[in-house]
Ligand binder design. Structure first.
Ligand SMILES: *[C@@H]1O[C@H](CO)[C@@H](O)[C@H](O)[C@H]1NC(C)=O
Length: 399
């Protein structure tokens, strides 16, 4: 695995540089992240400790739809051992499990099922919530699904899409269908008026890319949790499926952008994207790093779709109370939700169509909101927006 990741990365750089005529200047960190097996040696997935919380749990779903049975299933993946804050990785990052791939992640069902909604989380192995108030942080995770019907609507436009390549896959057979940061925004695949769900096939395979932070002086072992509300069996008659569109200011690379400024405000934007899927937009999700204030999504070069505002420390678990080390300074207040674009009433463009061009712009302002310093410098930032689009059931072709 280690050798092959390294080999793939070397190939990726060569192919990218040759085919795009660009020189790819990976930062040490990013390079290291992509060869996660090497940089995370001694950490990552470990055995379940005695007395651990169940790997799979059935809970009561809060959802109800007349005529269908809805199950809530919680899956705990890992557990992942994260280095302590005093341990620096070979790439110079402290207390970080860096771009770590988990190729064997349990699904919420073994056969067919349709996912109505999904939310990620982080827990200690005893099942207690893990967040910034106890020095643990779900920096981000990307949830891939690989299978015969899977392709990534944005990734397919790139000669090389590093997030897929990192586990030996490609956007033509896997898709990034869910992603979460520490704000833990749920994805609503189901909308009552449209009867939509993300349908899983029995042969689909799950892979996670996880990045976890530990601000404690001892290593910590945690599960990444995924809570699903599902309907077992075939997609109900007359329903539509969901395709996830992953817009990113650093598309198909590491998603991590070096902040152009250490103080004050700046924006980071994505390149325009022409849709390869068409349909009604069912849900929108935005992700920024600390220091971020807003995220604008535009459906054409001039028309707005909607804007997110970053909300900080709405719950005490998002307030950091720990100690800082040398040049590493963790912000006190962290993003706890993204507001303003969370319901279809907010969407100024109801449909995605191939005549459009989509861009996103993440706005940061360190004078208003504190970022996280590493080695005395602002750490990398992100701007990501996800759109969930209703598509016809069955195999889907790009438009
Ligand atoms: C669960 O584990 C965490 C981390 O080790 C610990 O801080 C917490 O007290 C434990 N909670 C319970 C209820 O045992």
């Amino acid at each position: 695995m280690r050798t092959s990741s390294l080999y793939l990365l070397a190939c990726a750089e060569t192919v990218l540089s040759a085919s795009l005529g660009e020189s790819i200047n990976f930062e040490k960190r990013q390079l290291g992240g992509l060869i996660g097996g090497l940089t995370n040696a001694g950490y990552g997935k470990v055995a379940d400790p005695p007395g651990h919380a169940p790997r799979k749990e059935e809970l009561k779903s809060p959802m109800s739809i007349p005529g269908v049975t809805i199950k809530r299933v919680k899956i705990r993946a890992g557990p992942y051992k994260v280095p302590d804050m005093g341990t620096k990785s070979v790439t110079g990052h402290s207390g970080m499990l860096e771009s770590y791939y988990d190729p064997t992640v349990q699904k919420p069902c073994d056969g067919d099922c349709s996912i109505l909604q999904q939310v990620g989380g982080l827990e200690y192995t005893n099942g207690t919530n893990a967040n910034i108030d106890t020095g643990m942080w779900l920096h981000h995770m990307v949830h891939f699904n690989t299978g015969a019907r899977r392709w990534d609507p944005v990734g397919r436009d790139w000669t090389i899409c590093l997030p897929h390549l990192g586990f030996g896959s490609s956007p033509s057979r896997s898709e990034r269908y869910f992603v979460t940061g520490n704000e833990r925004t749920p994805f609503h695949y189901y909308r009552e008026a449209d009867k939509t769900a993300y349908h899983l096939d029995p042969a689909d395979k799950f892979t996670y890319l996880v990045e976890l932070m530990n601000m404690n002086m001892a290593p910590q072992t945690v599960y990444v949790t995924m809570t699903y509300d599902i309907i077992e069996g075939a997609l109900p008659t007359g329903w539509k499926e969901i395709k996830t569109v992953f817009l990113d200011a650093d598309s198909c690379r590491t998603s991590e952008v070096r902040p152009p400024k250490e103080k004050g405000s700046f924006d980071i934007s994505s390149k325009p994207w022409k849709p390869s899927v068409e349909g009604k937009i069912i849900d929108a999700i935005g992700h920024l790093h600390d220091g971020g204030v807003g995220l604008d999504i535009k459906a054409t070069t001039s028309g707005p779709f909607c804007s997110f505002d970053a909300k900080y420390s709405e719950k005490p678990e998002y307030v950091f109370r720990g100690m800082d080390m040398k040049g590493d300074k963790t912000a006190k207040d962290h993003i706890s939700s993204m507001a303003g674009c969370s319901t279809p009433q907010d969407y100024k463009v109801p449909m995605m169509s191939k005549s459009q061009s989509w861009t996103i712009k993440g706005s940061y302002d360190y004078d208003k909101k504190e970022g996280n310093l590493e080695g005395g410098k602002q750490s990398e930032v992100m701007a990501i927006a996800i759109l969930l689009v209703a598509v016809p059931p069955g195999p889907l072709k790009p438009v």
